[in-house]
Write a protein that binds this ligand. Structure first.
Ligand code: NAP
Ligand code: MG
Length: 478
């Protein structure tokens, strides 16, 4: 049975309650996790505060840097073990799980390298005064992360926090948290003092809500759905603490008539099939210039039909979706698309031999005539791509921006001026030109505008989000 990590010790819930862990590939129970509640969250927050007031708070920047770098190496030493844990827990192909663990290690490498290179400032001020701006940790930082990339999300959220000297309390998702638990054990082995990294598992409405509203936290970062994101911001408001929200997305690829089709087609397919479409930045809409619509869609369909879904061991293009709940939700969207009159252009294949109880969905490519269907405005979080023709640049920008979300965008054209006009016109936090990325890119600031949330993760900017400044003014005249 997996355990939580509180104050450096693997621990069950105080109540002794547990939750079943299922494998999405076969729907069968194979482990359990503690069902943490308010009392467990309380212990974790106290342990984090004590760590800040104790040994962890006295770590120099250089010591934190070396510790994070050692942690990164330790994660890579356990690459095979962590890959297996992640693949079984989420259902994703082994190759994808392996890439995720490598990215997790990269987060600690990147932020370990940065930890001792954050400088303050000396501000020119009045004669005989010195004015300093120093950067300090926020304190106890709370991190509520989703099930789609548990290991990566743990790295993305906590590595900059730890680099800046915060103590973290993490609530991973009930549906996939075993890699996070194992990584937290490795953190103890590598020398993080007790309480610097705490993990409370459990249900969102119990452990998650208790953490979000806990008076002992100084910051909260959340990745997940809009509905819960709003609750997190309300909880943060009651304690007057800052929050960073990474919510959903509805990324559109825009393909112009002069695009490099050979480059665009496989990239667009990977962008929706990767992680079975369960990615906030999944390229789930495809806008194609009307003059090339038929030709481009034929080329896309030929490649899309070859997409395969299978178990982690089959190492197909994608796995099952995470749970029965998501299985039903994604299938509801596919049915709604058919009811809305959208045309199914083609579907990929579920490989023969997948277990009967697995949550497999055939990747589906739809074509629409207008932007009215829910499939074009709602986040599906499954392997469903909907294409739509557009007339000109203005139409492409209007359609790109025709959702409440604003996380990521992508443009395919060889015309440099058009690349710039499109890049400036699309409202989002990350914009790709003739390429597309999800998941990696540790160096690249990431986050949304509109209903996709606010605040930034990844890159150096995350170190600013996870710290605060103090202005120190000193008079040294006679
Ligand atoms: P979710 O409910 O927003 O879950 C995200 C995290 O928040 C999980 O750790 C969850 O815990 C926790 N949580 C749930 N209710 C909470 C509450 N009241 N207070 C504090 N924490 C709470 O997302 P989901 O149910 O897994 O998925 C639903 C939809 O969210 C998806 O279909 C997708 O559209 C979106 N989503 C987006 C992302 C993203 O990366 N942007 C990731 C995942 C999901 P438990 O899961 O343990 O309950
Ligand atoms: Mg699982």
């Amino acid at each position: 049975m997996a355990q939580m990590m509180i104050n450096g010790k693997s621990t069950p819930a105080l109540s002794g309650k547990t939750l079943d862990v299922l494998a999405p590939s076969d729907g069968l129970v194979y482990d359990s996790i503690p069902r943490g509640e308010a009392a467990d969250v309380d212990l974790a927050c106290s342990a984090a505060r004590a760590a800040l007031e104790g040994p962890w708070g006295r770590f120099s920047a250089l010591e934190r840097s070396r510790l994070l770098l050692n942690f990164s190496r330790k994660i890579l030493d356990h690459l095979d073990e962590l890959t297996d844990i992640e693949a079984r827990d989420t259902g994703k192909p082994l190759t994808a799980a392996r890439a995720d663990i490598t990215v997790l290690a990269r987060y600690f490498e990147y932020y370990g390298g940065a930890a001792d290179k954050i400088h303050g400032q000396v501000i020119p001020f009045l004669n005989d005064y010195s004015a300093l701006l120093v950067r300090e940790p926020l304190g106890v930082t709370a991190h509520i992360i989703p099930w789609n990339y548990p290991a990566q999300m743990f790295g993305r959220s906590t590595a900059p926090a730890l680099a800046m000297g915060n103590a973290v309390v993490v609530k991973p998702a009930e549906d996939a948290c075993l890699s996070v638990i194992r990584v937290a054990e490795l953190a103890q082995e590598v020398g993080f003092p007790p309480g610097a990294i705490n993990i409370v598992t459990g249900l969102g409405e119990e452990a998650g809500a208790s953490l979000a509203e806990h008076p002992g936290i100084d910051f909260i970062s959340f990745t997940g759905s809009n509905e819960v994101g709003i609750k997190i911001q309300q909880a943060a408001a009651l304690n007057a603490v800052k929050c960073v929200l990474e919510l959903g997305g509805k990324t559109a690829h825009v393909v112009f008539d002069d695009a490099n089709f050979e480059l665009a087609v496989p990239t667009i397919i990977k962008g929706i099939v990767q992680n079975t479409g369960q990615t906030c930045v999944a390229g789930s809409r495809l806008l194609v210039q009307k003059e090339i619509y038929t030709g481009f869609m034929a080329m896309l369909a030929e490649a899309f039909a070859k997409v395969r879904a299978g178990t982690p061991e089959m190492d197909a293009n994608c796995g099952p979706v995470i749970s029965e709940k998501q299985f039903r939700r994604v299938n509801r969207f596919i049915d709604a698309g058919i009811n809305d009159g959208l045309e199914i252009i083609c579907q990929g294949e579920i490989l023969p031999g997948v277990p009967e109880g697995g949550y497999f969905i055939a990747p589906t490519l739809f074509s629409a005539d207008d932007h009215s269907s829910d499939l074009l405005t709602q986040e599906i979080f499954g392997p469903v791509l909907v294409a739509l023709p557009f007339s000109d640049e203005a139409d492409a920008i209007r359609l790109s921006n025709a959702t409440d979300y604003g996380l990521q965008g992508a443009v395919w054209t060889e015309n440099g001026s058009r690349q710039q006009r499109m890049a400036r016109g699309i409202r989002c936090g990350q914009l790709y030109i003739n390429c597309f990325g999800a998941g990696g890119g540790v160096e690249l600031p990431f986050g949304g505008v509109k209903r996709s949330g606010h605040g930034r993760e990844k890159g150096f900017i995350a170190l600013e989000e996870l710290s605060t400044t103090k202005t120190i003014v000193q008079f040294y005249g006679a």
